[in-house]
Design a protein around this ligand. Structure first.
Ligand code: ADE
Length: 263
């Protein structure tokens, strides 16, 4: 996967892209992140990338010309046949909220152009005539699209073969499977009086799988009952959920994300 990030703050990408799993993947040639300063596509001596809003109002607006030109240059790196398959993603709080479904839609592309908005926003023509996707990472407003672009890069890269340990990890992880992940434990078996479930140390893999599946179901019902509506559930899953009082509707306790004592 080739990422082309258009930003007013290219230096913001140095850390996340060079370190951790993404940095390792880039060094191994599994992905590349090309960061372009939008200002380098401005025409005036001051590198003016923004301007006042037509109609008045607080805040400056990112001008369309440098963003169009930088995007077109990024797309020119692809053969004609591939160009339409390269999503142009505008990061903005008005976009479609990022979730694993959207990550999976973006992951097969040969490249991604990520446009980071700033100030009051970008000229609407970028959204309507250049971007193929308008993406928000959540219902809150950031100072710019840079962190949002990094979130997209991180989440999408997990689906690039070789970036995370094994393809199996990615397919089975929380959310991709349609359910929240079961609890995880490691040594020591007992820590400050807090135990780990006996079954996980039993060596009985059928029992372990059953326990994990049921914990996933239990946690999903408690925290994200909406996910159960679309999850792939077996008859045994449904029977277990019925025993927990699940009626098939999203009516569980969805506000249960506070840490709880272990054990
Ligand atoms: N830019 C500012 N806020 C944002 C958000 N929530 N998601 C994506 N880009 C943004």
């Amino acid at each position: 996967m080739r990422y082309h990030v258009l930003t007013l703050f290219p230096e913001a990408f140095a850390g996340p892209v060079e370190h951790s799993m993404l940095g390792r993947a880039a060094r191994r040639g599994l992905l590349s992140v090309q960061v372009t300063d939008i200002r380098s596509y401005t025409r005036d001596a001051h590198g003016t990338a923004d301007d006042y809003q037509f109609g008045g109002g607080h805040g400056m607006v990112l001008k369309p010309e440098p963003i169009f030109e930088a995007t077109e240059e990024a797309l020119a790196a692809y053969p004609m046949t591939e160009r339409g398959a390269v999503p142009v993603v505008l990061l903005s709080p008005q976009g479609r909220t990022l979730n694993q479904q959207l990550v999976l839609e973006l992951a097969p592309a040969p490249g991604l152009v990520l446009i980071c908005g700033h100030y009051a926003g970008v000229d609407e023509r970028v959204r309507s005539h250049l971007a193929t996707h308008d993406v928000s990472i959540g219902d809150y407003v950031l100072t710019g699209g840079e962190l949002a672009a990094m979130v997209v890069i991180d989440a999408v890269s997990r689906f690039t073969p070789g970036v995370v340990g094994s393809a199996e990890n990615v397919q089975e992880d929380s959310i991709t499977s349609g359910l929240l992940q079961h609890p995880l434990y490691t040594r020591p078996a007992e820590f400050r009086g807090m135990d780990t479930p006996e079954v996980l140390r039993s060596g009985n893999h059928a029992e372990i799988d059953r326990w994990r599946r049921q914990e996933s179901l239990r946690r999903t019902l408690a925290r994200r009952p909406d996910l159960l509506e679309t999850a792939d559930l077996t008859a045994a899953d449904r029977e277990y959920l019925a025993g927990l009082g699940y009626s098939g509707r999203a009516d569980g306790d969805s506000d249960n994300n506070s840490p709880r004592p272990a054990g």
